[in-house]
Design a binder for this molecule. Structure first.
Ligand code: HEC
Length: 198
């Protein structure tokens, strides 16, 4: 009697903690899938808006898509989901919004070396649970690559029309987000969710 009570006393907590670990792992997988879907639909929305405004107003009008629509759409998703959804760059045009934090810089460097070793950018992502002074967070990044239509505003001098150059120079005196080529890593969609302790 005593003996079985003892082993139950050891086994039960063990079983419970294994079950908890399984639930936590599943939770992360679910979060990863949700974050991936959100990042994809954000990029798709942005791409569509960019295309239509390039068509209707040309690159000078489309600048507004990257500068106003992108943060507006990201902000709306953030408010709806209760997450932080942003875009960060490997080189940054707007330091206020596009500057990666320490964790994001590390992941971008990791993405760059994955790209160098031949992995495709399309599905490249990374997810991790991190502990910060005020709690745990689920963090996720999905790589953004440079497509031909990005060169008008992020390519080299010969890709960027004179009028666009003038607007960029005026609005972004500290612009570093040029000189990219098709297929380069441009940055990432970054998602951060607070994990409430159970
Ligand atoms: C018509 C001009 C234009 C085009 C085309 C364009 N961008 Fe941008 N991009 C901008 C501007 C302007 C900003 C600065 C946004 C801001 O003020 O926050 C920016 C910012 C960004 C940022 C945020 C980081 C940073 O540097 O501030 C990313 C990421 C980005 N662009 C990716 C892309 C990608 C990928 C494409 C192609 C699919 C693209 N852009 C096409 C003008 C453009």
């Amino acid at each position: 009697m005593n003996k079985s009570m003892n082993s139950l006393g050891i086994i039960l907590p063990l079983v419970l903690s294994l079950a908890n670990a399984a639930i936590a792992a599943e939770n992360i997988e679910q979060r990863r899938e949700g974050a991936m879907k959100t990042a994809q639909s954000f990029m798709q929305q942005l791409g569509n808006t960019m295309k239509s405004s390039m068509k209707s107003g040309g690159p000078e009008a489309a600048i507004k898509v990257c500068s106003e629509q992108a943060p507006a759409i990201a902000g709306e998703i953030s408010r709806n989901k209760g997450w932080k959804v942003t875009r960060v760059g490997t080189r940054v045009r707007n330091p206020m919004l596009g500057m990666p934090d320490a964790w994001e810089q590390q992941v971008l460097a990791e993405f760059q070396s994955r790209l160098n070793s031949g992995e495709a950018l399309q599905q490249m992502s990374f997810a991790e649970v991190v502990t910060e002074p005020n709690g745990k967070y689920f963090r996720f990044m999905k790589a953004i690559g440079i497509k031909p239509q990005c060169l008008t505003c992020h390519g080299s001098d010969s890709d960027i029309p004179q009028a666009v150059h003038a607007v960029l120079r005026m609005r972004y005196p500290n612009d570093e987000a040029t000189g990219y080529k098709v297929g380069d890593l441009r940055g990432a969609v970054s998602i951060k969710q607070a994990i409430k302790s159970m």
